[in-house]
Design a protein around this ligand. Structure first.
Ligand code: GRF
Length: 217
């Protein structure tokens, strides 16, 4: 099967981008990153792309009159890169519906909650306030609605007594770094099918426990 090519969109730190860079560096990983785009000039993730020798650019949303024009500029850069899958990795802009529809089933996002619980911002604070016993993260195909779309993989982590939003975020982030490369691998291997807005995963090569809740190692 041909290698899947990725465009990764970021806004900041880029630790999820780093998890994809590290995965793609492994000889048996069926994907590679052709372009990293940040909407924020000076994002740390751009340095990570540079260090890995990956083409990267800033497309600053403030330079555009409308969300659509920003989306067009993103779309053109992604198409020029030849990427087959768009990975949102801490990308903090809402994309216009034209862009979202253009990349239907070819754009994924990682969100730091067990969706459909806690879409949007401040997920860890809201999870703690709600008193949930498990938090986690979700990788999903992107649809035209905040943090919505068919779920590909999730990982749960426990909430400990005394957790703060920061301590919980750290535990969830470690899970994010496992679940995002796993999701890309499943897609690249052709194991993910969208059916009635839910996904079917051909997990014949992946133990079901890994798929449900990937652990370290
Ligand atoms: C992650 O928690 C991601 O799930 C959320 O924003 C954060 C980005 O972190 N959408 P990083 O930039 O990947 O380090």
């Amino acid at each position: 099967m041909a290698e899947l090519t990725l465009a990764v969109l970021i806004s900041g730190r880029g630790s999820n981008l780093q998890s994809l860079i590290d995965a793609c560096a492994k000889a048996d990983f069926p994907a590679r990153i052709t372009l990293v785009i940040s909407n924020e000039p000076g994002a740390k993730g751009l340095e990570r792309a540079a260090a890995a020798g990956i083409p990267h650019q800033t497309i600053n949303h403030r330079d555009f009159d409308s969300r659509d024009a920003f989306g067009d500029a993103l779309g053109n850069a992604i198409k020029d890169s030849g990427a087959g899958l768009v990975c949102l990795a801490g990308f903090m802009r809402i994309l216009d519906s034209g862009f979202v529809n253009q990349w239907h089933d070819r754009m994924i996002n990682i969100h730091p909650s067990l969706l459909p619980a806690f879409p949007g911002l401040h997920t860890h604070l809201r999870a703690l306030e709600a008193g949930v016993r498990f938090a986690g993260c979700t990788v999903h195909y992107v649809r035209d609605g905040l943090d919505s779309g068919p779920i590909i993989a999730q990982a749960a982590v426990p909430v400990h007594p005394g957790d703060t939003p920061d301590s919980l975020a750290e535990r969830v982030l470690a899970a994010e770094h496992r679940v995002y490369p796993l999701s890309v691998r499943l897609i690249a291997e052709g194991r993910v099918t969208v059916n009635n807005e839910t996904t079917l995963i051909d997990a014949s090569a992946v133990p079901v426990t890994v798929l449900l809740n990937p652990q370290e190692g």
